[in-house]
Design a binder for this molecule. Structure first.
Ligand SMILES: [Zn+2]
Length: 423
């Protein structure tokens, strides 16, 4: 199959308002504490880290940005969001939906068209909220269903274009109302990929569609033909969910799509015995099928350490952020990793590093993207917090004092920038 597409990297691009910097005008960022404990000067040139040197060796520089020993970490990666659904930007709205999925879908279909802010405006609020918390890359699912067609996708595509300097955004065309039970959805998913979505989504092939082969054959056929990945929302419980995972793994392997297929949630993995979870983890690892979790409160957490141990790429995302589905959430991926670490009972520094990995390197790998560490030659992308190390940052979730992406300042003091200028 051709390589899956992904949205282009925009980290190097500067906004129109950024002052011109020539390659001979480096910017020094002093007293930056790296995760390995070194206190360094970061030299940024043309949007990239040009040099990283111990502060002890750095000659005095009057106009350096002095971080005063703040911890500098790579930008976060949120592997599962719903930009089109958020109510951010609007006054607080009490949770209106009932406790069932059907009620949430029905409430959403009725309420969203009445909102005073467009999809693009609300999505923009959430992108900037994520950025203010240090997220520079995200994957969003966007509703594609017969009632509204590609309207939500058009709004999110507009927001993505307007925020190209803020974040790299992957879009999953998401069949919220089902595939086989909502005739016309397969055609819409195909049209969504043609319009700019990056992956084909799926939704509980047994429970929602009662036709697992129909849904999975349909979405995998589109993805394979278009050369894109697949990301399936899977809320199904126990054995039913395991059956769907096996069917997904079978197709990922048969079509040579290893590494490009993700299961979102996979609640069933937290319901079954350890031996069944291990057998399923082996299948997923062999088929290159990833798992993304948001640590749902409503289900036992999938056995994340076990899955990682078996070679499954596990990553994390915020899922619903202040929308019809959940009033909670801030768009903070560090907070999400912390909540998941807490739920997994990961207490040691090494385990807390694993939690951080869910929203950094593993998330980028799970999304088929290259991760940008704080290193010479990489895009000058980082955030700085008052903490002595990664574990403390994860536990305390301190204010992101500054967030920089490709040399541009996205936020200071937890507040997103009005316009983007060079650091
Ligand atoms: Zn979701």
């Amino acid at each position: 199959m051709p390589p899956p597409s992904s949205s282009p990297t925009h980290g190097k691009k500067k906004s129109a308002s950024a002052p011109a910097r020539t390659p001979d005008q480096p910017r020094h960022v002093d007293n930056a504490l790296l995760a390995d404990g070194r206190l360094v000067r970061l030299t940024i040139r043309d949007g990239r880290f040009d040099a990283i040197a111990p502060m002890a060796d750095a000659p005095a520089c009057a106009d350096a940005l002095d971080l005063g020993g703040l911890l500098v970490l790579p930008l976060l990666v949120d592997g599962h969001l719903h930009l089109d659904k958020t109510l951010l930007g609007l006054p607080w709205m009490p949770h209106a939906a009932g406790p069932t999925r059907a009620s949430r879908i029905e409430t959403e279909l009725g309420l969203m068209p009445t909102l005073p802010l467009s999809t693009a405006e609300r999505a923009g609020h959430l992108i900037r909220a994520c950025a203010a918390h240090g997220t520079g890359t995200l994957r969003t699912h966007v509703d594609v269903e017969p009632q509204n067609g590609l309207k939500a996708l058009e709004g999110v595509l507009e927001a993505r274009a307007a925020h190209r300097d803020w974040a790299q955004i992957q879009i999953v065309a998401f069949p919220q109302t089902g595939v086989m039970r909502a005739p016309g959805t397969l055609e819409l998913l195909d049209a969504a990929i043609a319009a700019g979505a990056d992956l084909v989504g799926g939704m509980d092939p047994c429970e929602v569609d009662c036709d697992p082969a129909g849904q999975l054959n349909g979405i995998f056929a589109i993805a394979h033909r278009r050369g894109v990945g697949v990301d399936v929302h899977l809320h199904e419980s126990d054995e039913l969910g395991l059956f769907s995972i096996r069917e997904i793994c079978k197709r990922a392997k048969a079509l040579g799509m290893q590494g490009h297929v993700t299961i979102s949630h996979g609640f069933c993995l937290g319901h079954v015995s350890e031996s069944k979870a291990r057998a399923t983890a082996d299948l997923m690892a062999a088929a290159g099928v990833n798992l993304v979790t948001h640590g749902a409160a409503s289900h036992p957490l999938p056995p994340l350490a076990l899955l990682r141990e078996h070679g499954v790429t596990v990553f994390a995302g915020n899922d619903n952020v202040r929308d019809i589905w959940s009033p909670y959430g801030t768009g903070d991926a560090l907070e999400r990793a912390s909540l998941i670490g807490w739920r997994a009972d990961w207490r040691t520094d090494a385990q807390m590093m694993d939690a951080f990995d869910l929203v950094t390197a593993s998330a980028a790998r799970g999304m088929g993207l290259t991760f940008s560490p704080v290193a010479v030659g990489e895009a000058a992308s980082f955030f700085a917090v008052r903490a002595g190390g990664v574990a403390e940052a994860l536990a305390a979730r301190p204010v992101r004092e500054i967030v920089v992406r490709g040399g541009l300042v996205l936020a200071r003091g937890g507040v997103s920038s009005q316009s983007l200028v060079s650091v």
